[in-house]
Design a protein around this ligand. Sequence first.
Ligand code: UT7
Length: 333
Amino acid sequence: MYNACITGLGFYVPDTIVTNHDLEKLMDTNDDWITERSGIKQRRFFTEGKDTVASMGARASEIALQRAGLTAQDIDFIIFATLSPDYYFPGSGVLLQRELPFRNIGALDVRTQCTGFIYALSIADQFIKSGMYQNILVVGSEIQSNILECSTRNRDFAVLFGDGAGAVVVQRAKEGDTSRILSTHLHSEGKYAEDLILEHPSSRIKNRHDPNIIAEGRHLPFMRGNAVFKHAVTRFPEAIMEALDANKLQISDIDMLVPHQANLRISKAVQEKLGLPDEKVYNNIDRYGNTTAATIPIALTELWEMDKLKKGDLVCLAAFGSGFTWASALIRW
Ligand code: UT7
């Protein structure tokens, strides 16, 4: 059996910065509420005609490939995590495949929302462990600013989400190299599917384009914020402990926890439960908001760029979100 390790990382965020003060002009909200309840100060919104989910994934991928010392031609498989694909079908993975000079390799879309990147990383890990592929590109990319409605009726959702993309190259580890993905742990509990949902357009009804859907605001995302919050603060530590137990490691062994960036209060609660010091938990939600499948690869790339991921470090990834799904990964850097 082979081991898989991350050898290149990159991210791309759109140019347009939208601050909490900008949102104040569009809906009944304020900087204090958003900062206190979520930790967010600003987020990025895409530029129509310039950014697409696939193109942003491509920009992030180019950087990740270059840092891994590879070209698109070297990649054997694409795994693309997004809840906001360019099209209903085909998936954004194939659109990425045509953006860069890849061979005619397989391209798989992953649809598990906030845990999308960890699910995708887990799939990459299994393909490399089995020997099927040697070089896999794992991408998380989201355009969510046009799913939201910047209005008071949608304000609980609208202030939280942003656009962005991150990518990593996962490669077969060289023989004798200690760097590797140690394990990944994936969960779901579908009975809560409707607690965080974007229902329309839906294949469950005959007239998917019924104008009443838009008139009644049923095309907007819906979230039971409190319920999601409560589940998240339980499931995050559970998933992290599961990963540590599976590898006979302890909380004190963690060098860096990279939690999915949904809410700074969730990250702080998880940190407190685990008793981790500030310098071992990375948060960047203040600058990007929640970028769903892109949050973890963006955060990992920033850490790498700041030289905060050292060879031999134990890095823990954890996420919780719509589905509900939750997941963790432990990486020996
Ligand atoms: O990655 C996907 C996973 N998503 C999450 O993990 C999100 C989890 N949930 C949360 O982060 C929080 O529940 C929220 C940030 C969404 C909301 O924070 P909260 O502390 O749970 O607030 P709340 O929903 O209990 O609302 C408190 C008040 C309400 O007013 P009343 O009923 O007390 O008068 C809301 O109407 O805040 C009001 N409110 C707002 N006020 C100003 C809701 N949204 C806003 C807003 N600006 N944007």
